[in-house]
Design a protein around this ligand. Structure first.
Ligand code: NAD
Length: 436
């Protein structure tokens, strides 16, 4: 089966490479010439573990190719996926559907064969109807169906998530769409990944509801962490104590600096806008968005407190370890590190930062921060070390060396990756999240 993937970013490229690995014939299309040029030269435009090998193997096998030409790329494809960005619209937080609409129009203008058009991008309820209207307006003489197939992969573990998903959600209104989607996902069906067929609007909402629920879980434990600090409890124990209850589950109960990334912030906002448009308020999600927003700068203030307060902090130096919103990605979109760095530089603190993969993307977002070549380079002369992202490289820092290099032995661990007793025994002042 031939599949076209329009948009070759984190989702499109991983999905396309995985479909090719299942044996489909895949063309990944993108309007960004430099991305396609890099991919043709075997250079990955993003950092995702295992992606270069997966792409390499499938290109070599002749199952995966890249194009900037949509008309050419979709020719003969039975399924055409739309995997372009749907960022927050400036000003109001609605999902910006400009890219999705543009792709739908281009497909409508160029489609020459029967095909199922699949939105893999995260799109608000009703977007499938809009895509259907765009296709209908073109009076095509070929058969089409519009399907919603939201993606649940996580950056950093994207290939495993795509190949062994908890579930595949397909929102589909007719038999043609269902048949083609069954064929697309047959290899996963054989893996016994559950496929959930729903109405298209339900599928669209499932993606937002899932992200909002996970964002709520994170925000809930973050607030419990704040309470733990006040009452003298340990959030690690509280999280474990509630997470062992099967009805709650242990995942997404890690207290930290607040959720970030390319999905939760924009998707929670977009869900609020949908709820507003339909006059069906989602007050829990409203609270989650507010609490999380204020948390990020609060984390910056936590570092300032470790320096003796905002007045004392002026002119001092902080080493920021980890900038991406989570480890194993180079994605900086809405990373808590941006607000933490901003809070520090606003207070006149000098910041030196290191991240294993994210510095190139981080540089334009935090121009006042000095990017250095390793954790110990950042720590040299620092009055406090702050761990913002839990990369493995920061889990076993040589504390003796840190103490020697730093100006003062102060460690602020915003991810709780160290054991308080061990760090304190090594002579550090240690601050973490939710551990009094
Ligand atoms: P991305 O920005 O990495 O990639 C989008 C790509 O689409 C870019 O390369 C861009 O050049 C391309 N593009 C835009 N307009 C185009 C056009 N007209 N023709 C061809 N290509 C075009 O975005 P992403 O992170 O892959 O996210 C894509 C969608 O998937 C979003 O809706 C997002 O919410 C959703 N999603 C993302 C993740 C994630 O972890 N990143 C997970 C699940 C769902």
């Amino acid at each position: 089966m031939k599949i076209a993937m329009v948009g070759s970013g984190y989702v499109g490229l991983v999905s396309g490479a995985c479909f090719a690995d299942f044996g489909h014939d895949v063309v990944c299309i993108d309007k960004d010439d430099s991305k396609i040029e890099a991919l043709r030269n075997g250079v990955m435009p993003i950092y995702e573990p295992g992606l270069d090998a997966l792409v390499g193997t499938n290109v070599k096998a002749g199952r995966l190719s890249f194009s900037t030409d949509l008309a050419e790329g979709i020719r003969g494809a039975s399924a055409i996926f739309i995997a372009v960005g749907t960022p927050s619209r400036r000003g109001d937080g609605h999902a910006d559907l400009t890219f999705v609409h543009a792709v739908a129009k281009e497909i409508a203008e160029t489609l020459e064969n029967d095909a199922v058009i699949v939105t893999k991008s995260t799109v608000p309820v009703g977007t499938g109807d809009q895509v259907e209207r765009i296709l209908a307006d073109a009076n095509l003489s070929v058969r089409t169906a519009v399907v919603s197939n939201p993606e649940f992969l996580r950056e950093g573990a994207a290939i495993g998530d795509f190949k062994r998903p908890d579930r595949i959600v397909i929102g589909c209104e007719d038999e043609f769409g269902r048949e083609v989607m069954n064929e697309v996902y047959r290899p996963l069906y054989l893996n016994q990944s559950p496929i959930l067929f729903t109405a298209r609007r339900s599928a669209e909402l499932i993606k937002y509801a899932a992200n909002a629920f996970l964002a709520t879980k994170i925000t809930f434990i973050n607030e419990m962490a704040d309470l733990c600090e006040k009452v003298g409890a340990d959030v690690q124990d509280v999280a474990r104590g509630i997470g062992l209850d099967n009805r709650i589950g242990p995942k997404f109960l890690h207290a930290g600096p607040g959720y970030g990334g390319s999905c939760f912030p924009k998707d929670t906002l977009a869900l609020l806008k949908t709820a507003e448009d339909y006059e069906s308020p989602t007050r829990i999600v409203e609270a989650v968005v507010k609490v999380n927003d204020s948390r990020k700068r609060a984390m910056g203030r936590k570092v300032l407190d470790a320096l003796g307060g905002a007045d004392e902090a002026r002119g001092k130096k902080v080493a920021l370890l980890g900038l991406t919103f989570k480890p194993n990605t180079d994605d900086m979109r809405d990373s808590p590190a941006i607000a933490v760095a901003q809070t520090l530089t606003d207070a006149g603190v000098k910041v030196a930062a290191y991240d294993p993969e994210g510095m190139e993307q981080a540089r334009p977002l935090m121009p006042e921060v000095e990017m250095v070549s390793g954790p110990y380079e950042a720590i040299e002369g620092a009055d406090a070390v702050a761990i913002v992202t839990e990369w493995d490289a920061f889990r076993a820092l040589d504390l003796k060396r840190v103490k020697e290099l730093a100006n003062a032995p102060v460690l602020v661990d915003l991810r709780n990756i160290y054991t308080p007793d061990i760090v304190r025994e090594a002579g550090f002042t240690y601050e973490s999240i939710g551990r009094a």
